[in-house]
Design a protein around this ligand. Structure first.
Ligand SMILES: [Zn+2]
Length: 101
């Protein structure tokens, strides 16, 4: 208590490129949609991420041919401009990409 927020001024900005984004109390380190859209798997291959169904679930496919990306689906590790982030299912559906805690 009483400690100043170290990152107060960046709370509504993407932690990767500083682009404005809606502040999310649940995901304060979440990246903006633009960065999430540049995500690749650890081999550098672009991926698209989404929910597996209406009830949620997380799935990644390769953006070029739509084939399953087992690596990202299994461990959620993605690269954005060469920096590793963790992608996964968001609490209320959708996908969140954020720095690891
Ligand atoms: Zn960004």
């Amino acid at each position: 208590m009483g400690r100043q927020r170290a990152h107060r001024r960046s709370r509504d900005r993407c932690s990767h490129d500083g682009a404005p984004r809606p502040y999310s109390p649940r995901y304060p380190r979440a990246l903006c949609a633009g960065c999430a859209g540049r995500a690749t798997d650890l081999a550098g291959r672009p991926v698209r991420m989404g929910n597996t169904g209406f009830s949620g679930g997380f799935k990644a496919v390769h953006a070029d041919d739509g084939s399953d990306c087992r690596q990202v689906t299994d461990d959620g590790r993605v690269l954005i401009d060469g920096v590793e982030y963790r992608a996964g299912e968001a609490h209320m559906g959708g996908i969140v990409v954020q720095a690891e805690a």
